[in-house]
Design a binder for this molecule. Structure first.
Ligand SMILES: NC(=O)c1ccc[n+]([C@@H]2O[C@H](COP(=O)([O-])OP(=O)(O)OC[C@H]3O[C@@H](n4cnc5c(N)ncnc54)[C@H](OP(=O)(O)O)[C@@H]3O)[C@@H](O)[C@H]2O)c1
Length: 241
């Protein structure tokens, strides 16, 4: 299956890998991030007809709201939304400033909701689609130092289930992808000791690869998951089982 995909945070990490896979499979992709980088510039050259990137901070909810229309104007429709952009800040809750909590909740919860609303409206006009919300195992288990991030991701999962009920009749499937640790800029700060501890607690004994997470995104975007909605797939090597 191919179509038009909106991917938030497509410049680095998982978002970049999702964009690369979608483009390789023949999709048209509209994405944004705060900064461009080498990948964005190369994709704009190599896939000039099929790749769109905008400079956009997801916390600017007014501009974010319009992004689905930008994708529609460029490519005619939207079939898939991968709500990938996220940000992690680790700090004990008792010292976390309210401004920081607001920032984490805006980036990881409110922005995906606003983008889902814009994309779902366009999808309805096109007869349906799929939304994949990227959560985290922090929504499943408690970990020190990530209370606000965890609250946002748990909220995103609850949002996904209710949205699946609302949008199912319109032919729009909504699912959550819940990864454990995989290597990216976000986890580059994890110390060697903590990496060892995570490996020891993971039944499969390693971090995930970004490609393993992309495989699940592609499954949830595909007709092979055509009767799956309102569900969560946890990809964590078993650390939460
Ligand atoms: N890595 C892990 O182990 C892990 C585990 C569980 C869940 N996750 C989730 O997986 C998703 C992707 O994580 P990742 O590890 O690939 O992260 P990453 O390497 O830090 O990449 C994040 C991407 O999102 C963009 N982004 C961040 N904040 C943004 C904002 N305010 N507005 C627009 N774009 C923004 C970044 O570009 P700019 O900085 O240029 O804006 C970048 O393209 C996130 O939702 C994360 O919570 C990751």
């Amino acid at each position: 299956m191919t179509g038009v995909a909106v991917v938030s945070g497509g410049s680095r990490g998982l978002g970049r890998a999702v964009c690369e896979r979608l483009l390789a499979d023949g999709w048209q992709v509209a994405t944004f991030s705060r900064q461009p980088n080498e990948f964005v510039e190369q994709a704009q050259d190599k896939h000039a007809a099929d790749f769109h990137w905008s400079p956009l901070d997801a916390r600017d909810l007014g501009r974010l709201r319009g992004f689905a229309r930008i994708a529609q104007e460029r490519f005619g429709r939207v079939d898939l939304l991968v709500n990938n952009a996220g940000s992690l800040h680790q700090e004990l809750f008792l010292t976390t400033a309210v401004q920081r909590m607001e920032d984490l909740l805006t980036t990881n919860l409110l922005a995906p909701m606003v983008l889902a609303q814009g994309c779902a409206r366009v999808m309805m006009g096109g007869g349906g689609g799929a939304i994949v919300n990227v959560s985290s195992i922090n929504a499943v288990r408690g970990y020190r130092g990530v209370a606000a991030y965890s609250a946002a991701k748990a909220g995103l999962e609850a949002f996904s289930r209710s949205l699946a009920r609302e949008l199912g009749p319109a032919g729009i499937r909504v699912n959550t992808l819940t990864p454990g640790f995989f290597d990216s800029d976000m986890t580059a700060q994890v110390t060697a000791d903590n990496r060892d501890r995570i490996r020891r607690r993971t039944p499969l004994g390693r971090f995930g690869t970004v490609d393993e997470v992309v495989d699940a995104v592609m499954f949830l975007a595909s007709p092979q998951s055509g009767f799956i909605t309102g569900q969560r797939i946890i990809i964590d090597g078993g650390i939460t089982c």
